[in-house]
Design a protein around this ligand. Structure first.
Ligand SMILES: NCCCCC[C@@H](C[SeH])C(=O)O
Ligand SMILES: [Zn+2]
Ligand SMILES: [Zn+2]
Length: 308
């Protein structure tokens, strides 16, 4: 019930944000920062509450499922900032926001991420910080813990391995929370995007099998378009491809799970770089990485919009 209440509040918040953005982009006279009159605010709040009734389609973006991939949460937070302050500067984004809510989860693996900040000697921690029963080691790989060919080849049942799949699917509360929310909203979530690092890749299902998905051609061509958008933005090369064929077999991943749930447009990004700094990406690369990732997300969202 508490989660349901939270979800409702979350949707209200997302709706309010959407309403404020719409308000700000359509008529700038109403300055949501509150300098407008009480009555204008009152009426705009009434419009926002009206707009909440019909659930808008949504695009899900999550970051920080792996603790050490710090560029990933950086992107999600930067994306929220861009989407909120976009105004006229970014016509494409403004149009996308008229058609989609964006559900953004900046850090899924909160305990793991915090651990890499507070324990410099474990800066390269990947997994969660949970321990189950009398396990010898801490942590489950959350990107092997989703219920999609769980713990097949490419994951390990041994709790001390980096790719430990957990004691059972959705054993990690963070994975359970994401899976429940996406399941509850699967009819309006039209794309699932999850941000990782590093290698500069645009991956799509499947990773749990070498077999092609039924949408392989469409997803491949969209991943190629996303990579071209990145090339146009920062000249960086990202390789598009199905997960298993492009890097390795990896079962229990959030992207394959979302895809099999029916969310066709499901992508995993491996952000910068290709190994020079790896997970220790220097701060000077944060902004350009966010710009290139944004260009790819917009490419995907526009394709989704044209294929609703
Ligand atoms: N769902 C698996 C997508 C391909 C692997 C992605 C990487 C990101 Se670090 C992994 O989870 O090992
Ligand atoms: Zn990762
Ligand atoms: Zn990675």
């Amino acid at each position: 019930a508490q989660l349901r209440q939270l979800t409702i509040q979350h949707k209200v918040l997302m709706g309010d944000v959407q309403g404020i953005i719409e308000k700000q982009t359509t008529n700038d006279t109403v300055n949501a920062r509150g300098s407008s009159s009480y009555y204008e605010n009152y009426h705009s709040m009434k419009e926002i509450s009206k707009s909440k009734e019909k659930s808008k389609n949504a695009i899900w973006i999550d970051c920080g499922i792996h603790a050490r991939e710090w560029i990933s949460p950086a992107f999600c937070l930067w994306f929220i900032g861009h989407a909120i302050h976009v105004r006229e500067r970014d016509r494409t984004m403004t149009t996308l926001l008229e058609h989609f809510d964006f559900y953004v989860m900046p850090v899924i693996n909160v305990d793991g991420y915090e651990y890499t900040w507070s324990h410099p000697s474990n800066r390269l921690w990947r997994k969660s910080r949970s321990s189950h029963g009398n396990s010898k080691c801490i942590g489950t790989d959350m990107n092997r813990n989703f219920d999609a060919h769980w713990c097949g080849p490419g994951a390990s049942h041994f709790e001390c391995q980096e790719i430990y799949c957990g004691p059972y699917p959705e054993s990690e509360p963070e994975v359970k929370a994401v899976a429940r929310f996406v399941r509850d909203h699967k009819d309006i979530i039209k794309a699932y995007i999850t941000m990782h690092s590093y290698s500069q890749l645009v991956l799509f299902p499947y990773s749990y099998t070498m077999n092609k998905s039924k949408d392989h051609e469409e997803l491949e061509s969209l991943a190629q378009k996303a990579a071209k958008a990145i090339k146009r933005t920062t000249w960086k090369t990202y390789r598009p491809g199905a997960g298993a064929q492009t890097i390795y077999l990896a079962p229990g991943g959030s992207d394959d799970w979302a895809y099999d749930l029916g969310i066709k447009y499901s992508f995993t990004f491996e952000l910068r770089d290709t190994g020079t700094y790896g997970f220790l990406l220097p701060p000077r690369e944060i902004k350009p990485t966010c710009l290139e990732a944004l260009s790819a997300v917009k490419e995907i969202a526009q394709h989704v919009l044209q294929n609703l």
